[in-house]
Design a protein around this ligand. Structure first.
Ligand SMILES: *[C@@H]1O[C@H](CO)[C@@H](O)[C@H](O)[C@H]1NC(C)=O
Ligand SMILES: *[C@@H]1O[C@H](CO)[C@@H](O)[C@H](O)[C@H]1NC(C)=O
Ligand SMILES: *[C@@H]1O[C@H](CO)[C@@H](O)[C@H](O)[C@H]1NC(C)=O
Length: 551
């Protein structure tokens, strides 16, 4: 009996497999693209939006795809762009929860990668068709401009929730080049006009959305760009490029843990460029950039893997990240904000409470004030005076009860300087740029902000960088699925340019007079309101210092 049942099951399976799947289709130019249906949503994954950035297109501007003229199936994510090897800071003695968090974070995920990686994904309500004109949200993943990919983020929970809220939206995500492939930096790169290619990839993907999202039921005039960490920084940089002219590619921005960052000229990446030129055997070449284009992928990959990653001693002073190239970024992004060269669109920009803890596990051997002063001067603020650094250390005192994770009293002080370094890192890279940005643009456009204080009880890390991903994509373990309570605000913001509606609490705008924040809490009161009025003197000092000494 059992055997017969199993046989019957096997036969049925065979029959199902033998029948071609009749998936949903869209027409792009003269091609039919077949996706997959999951209940109320349909997914079209891994669609190439640019010519493969390989061969002569390695280290070159991304090129649009010619008109699609061959039908294809779009049922699986494309490979991620090449990833830089990252060694997690799994120091001995870490509590199991912390190990679990690191291993299951975006930094621990294994992204299948290939140099031919420029693909885009569309997740839409099944009911949406070419006349639907739905608002669109475009996701820029994070990973320190060194790692990451779209395959980890399943947008269907967001589309599902948008249907429940009766505010249907379409979700789009794209891969962009990372590490050296996306952010090569040197005099040679500057002369060739080939800086910030990862950001150029994103811009090209936004042009693809303009051209093709209508076929899926999207309205190209209602695009919100949204990202986390380096993805949020990317959103901010899309807002300050081109003098702040969006070219109507997007009408709003949602930034989670990332704002316009203080960076200097692209020639400041020269030492990493020279390092990979040497390690790939290109030193003798009269055209090192062309030589790098021609070296075998594995040779280049090993050379890139030898450069410092986000968990190296220098941590957030990244080897590969956006810099002022004179084309995509004409100046330090913070100076562009000051000059008003920033898109005047509605924005949301928030942070986690303890942004810096994750990035302070790499410098645990810095255990005295003297060593910390040296660390700051040799690894971050390279031309800051001793007076400046001492002033910074006076506004971030040695008192462990004032360090990060904040509000954890004497807990989590795994070294005498850990919590202090974490406070400085988190503010310098995230909180200070966010506050500077919001204070600069509020009054000129609609602005909302939030602070994520969830997971505060996570030992050592507290409400660490990336913990807010739970609020949108659900649990942080892999794969990220299921929705959190930030989704409702996101969906309404995308649909109506106002995050408020009939779920959650009312989220007032951020103004200089009333810098309101929506606060995400653990425990019985999941959402509350607070003000962006913490560490005023310290963050202000940090902002002034970074304006003088960009990275
Ligand atoms: C399809 O487009 C490609 C690229 O433009 C072109 O080389 C090819 O000839 C086209 N094929 C057909 C059948 O039109
Ligand atoms: C900490 O260790 C790194 C190597 O991982 C080393 O470069 C650095 O000098 C050390 N710092 C201190 C203060 O000992
Ligand atoms: C921030 O610092 C600047 C320059 O040092 C100063 O002029 C300003 O008053 C400070 N603002 C606050 C709020 O402390």
């Amino acid at each position: 009996m059992l055997t017969l049942m199993l046989l019957g099951f096997a036969l049925q399976t065979f029959v199902v497999l033998a029948t071609p799947l009749a998936g949903p289709t869209v027409t792009l130019d003269s091609a039919t693209v077949t996706g997959t249906t999951f209940g109320n949503v349909q997914k079209f994954l891994g669609i190439p939006f640019a010519q493969p950035p390989i061969g002569r297109l390695r280290f070159n501007q991304p090129q649009a795809v010619p008109a699609y003229n061959t039908s294809f199936s779009a049922t699986a994510f494309g490979p991620s762009c090449p990833q830089q090897a990252i060694k997690l800071p799994l120091i001995s003695g870490l509590p199991a929860e912390v190990v679990d968090f690191l291993v299951n974070s975006i930094y621990g995920f294994v992204f299948p990668a290939d140099e031919d990686c420029l693909s885009i994904n569309v997740v839409k309500p099944s009911s949406a068709g070419p006349t639907s004109k739905l608002p669109v949200v475009v996701w820029f993943f994070g990973g320190g401009f060194e790692i990451g990919g779209t395959s980890m983020y399943d947008g269907s929970s967001i589309v599902e929730r948008s249907l429940e809220l009766n505010e249907p939206v379409i979700y789009v995500s794209m891969n962009y080049r990372l590490a050296a492939w996306g952010f090569l930096a040197s005099q040679e790169v500057k002369d060739a006009g080939l800086g910030n290619l990862g950001l150029q990839d994103q811009r090209l993907a936004l042009r693809w959305v303009q051209k093709y999202i209508g076929a899926f039921g999207g309205d190209p005039s209602k695009v919100t760009i949204w990202g986390q960490s380096s993805g949020a920084i990317s959103v901010a940089l899309q807002m300050v490029t081109n003098g702040g002219n969006t070219e109507s590619l997007f009408r709003a921005g949602f930034m989670e843990s990332g704002s316009p960052i203080p960076v200097r000229d692209i020639t400041n990446g020269q030492k990493y460029y020279d390092q990979i030129v040497a390690d790939t055997g290109c030193s003798g070449s009269s055209d090192t950039l062309e030589c790098l284009r021609e070296v075998p992928f594995n040779t280049l990959k090993s050379a890139v893997d030898n450069t410092p990653s986000i968990f190296a001693y220098q941590s957030l002073n990244l080897a590969w990240f956006p810099r002022v190239d004179g084309i995509f970024l004409k100046d330090d992004p913070q100076k562009l904000v000051q000059a008003g060269q920033v898109a005047a669109i509605p924005i949301v920009n928030g942070d986690c409470d303890d942004e810096g803890t994750l990035f302070s596990l790499s410098s645990l051997n810095v255990t005295t004030q003297e060593a910390l002063a040296t660390y700051i001067q040799t690894e971050f603020l390279l031309d800051a005076s001793t007076v400046d650094v001492n002033e910074l250390l006076s506004v971030y005192p040695a008192d462990i009860t004032q360090g990060s994770p904040f509000d954890t009293s004497i807990l989590n002080a795994i070294t005498p300087e850990f919590k202090r370094i974490a406070a400085i890192m988190g503010d310098a890279a995230f909180q200070a740029p966010r506050r500077f940005f919001l204070q600069s643009v509020s009054g000129k456009q609609n602005v909302w902000s939030y602070l994520n204080k969830r997971l505060k009880s996570l030992p050592i890390l507290g409400s660490a960088h990336t913990t807010d991903l739970l609020n949108v994509y659900g649990k942080y373990s892999i794969p990220i699925t299921g929705g959190g309570d930030m989704v409702d605000y996101l969906v309404r913001f995308v649909a109506t340019l106002n995050p408020n509606g009939n779920t959650g609490i009312n989220w007032p705008q951020y103004t200089t007079a009333n810098p309101n924040m929506l606060q995400f809490n653990d425990g019985l009161i999941p959402l509350s309101l607070s003000l962006d009025n913490y560490r005023v003197a310290a963050i202000n000092y940090t902002t002034q210092l970074l304006l003088k000494h960009p990275l």
